[in-house]
Write a protein that binds this ligand. Structure first.
Ligand SMILES: NC(=O)c1ccc[n+]([C@@H]2O[C@H](COP(=O)([O-])OP(=O)(O)OC[C@H]3O[C@@H](n4cnc5c(N)ncnc54)[C@H](OP(=O)(O)O)[C@@H]3O)[C@@H](O)[C@H]2O)c1
Length: 271
């Protein structure tokens, strides 16, 4: 259990997923967590369902917490930094999970010396299987890095990388869950087209994705080797693989990561 109090500014999809993830993983007690959001209903629902503190005043979160997680849309980050900059002091560690928002922008939006860490998690943190990467800001310490690891390791895998990689991380794992949901939905459609009941098709598609992912993570074998293990000569699998190649499956995925990475860079350049 962390002794630090954790505050979220922005209780939307990602803020809520992270908040529920760290409660579920018992990283922090609910009495040590506060979320601020503009929407009263969202605050009331989060408080009622989790028992955490909620407010509509971002300044309340800054005075309450030691660790401030900025979970608002990139477009309004400047505005939010402006409302809290006079309240952030040396006791605070500021974590931004916003896509595309560079550390230099965050550092210029707060007092000089503010300890800031840029983090790119993803929504499966809700079920404790997030893929997260973080980069330390100018004034953030190794101890801050360990605290960020403790928080995000509780809800998945964590890597520390140089900030120059964060746009690519956003394009791969930040946005990646959406690509995989499309993959699962399409596999399910294929099953239904072949006569399977929808619920069975979707469960088979999701379980197959989970199983294949665990095979890669737990065996450490290259995905191509694991693919070849399934594709016996003249068999069913190679017939399916051949159709995927005809459709440009790999190139499509590679280009999807590229498009999302370019978008993340653009979001950063606008700042
Ligand atoms: N979703 C993902 O998969 C994902 C993954 C990695 C990183 N991120 C990053 O996480 C951040 C949040 O994304 P999200 O998907 O969670 O968006 P979201 O669902 O829109 O959450 C943002 C929340 O902040 C609220 N908000 C707006 N203005 C505010 C203010 N001034 N002070 C406090 N709260 C305010 C919004 O309320 P209203 O809706 O009423 O405006 C909303 O509830 C983004 O920067 C995004 O790049 C998202």
């Amino acid at each position: 259990m962390l002794k630090e109090k954790i505050g979220f500014i922005g209780g939307g999809k990602m803020g809520e997923a992270l908040c529920r993830g760290i409660i579920h993983a018992q990283v922090s007690e609910t009495r040590n967590i506060m979320v601020s959001d503009v929407l009263t209903e969202r605050c009331e629902a989060l408080h009622a369902e989790t028992g955490i503190h909620t407010t509509q005043r971002n300044k309340d979160v800054v005075s309450f917490a030691d660790v401030i997680i900025l979970a608002v849309k990139p477009q309004i980050m400047g505005e939010v930094l402006n409302t809290i900059k006079d309240d952030i002091d040396s006791r605070h560690l500021v974590i931004s999970i916003a896509a595309g928002i560079p550390l230099r922008f965050l550092e210029s939006g707060l007092q000089t010396g503010a300890r800031i860490v840029r983090v790119m998690p993803n929504t499966p943190c809700l079920v404790g299987v997030s893929a997260t990467v973080f980069a330390l800001g100018t004034y953030a310490t190794e101890t801050d890095g360990r605290l960020v690891s403790d928080i995000f390791q509780a809800v998945g895998k964590v890597f520390q990388l140089d900030e120059k990689y964060l746009d690519a991380v956003t394009g791969l794992s930040g946005s990646g869950p959406a690509y995989v949901y499309m993959f699962i939905e399409a596999l399910s459609d294929g099953g239904v087209k072949m006569g399977l009941p929808r619920d069975v098709a979707t469960t088979l598609a999701a379980q197959t994705t989970l199983g294949a992912a665990k095979m890669v993570l737990e065996t450490g074998q290259h995905p191509a080797k694991l693919k070849d293990d399934v594709a016996s000569p003249g068999g069913t699998t190679i017939a399916g693989i051949s159709t995927l190649e005809d459709g440009g499956f790999r190139a499509c995925l590679i280009n999807a990561v590229k498009s999302a990475t370019v978008k993340s860079k653009k979001l950063g350049k606008q700042r």
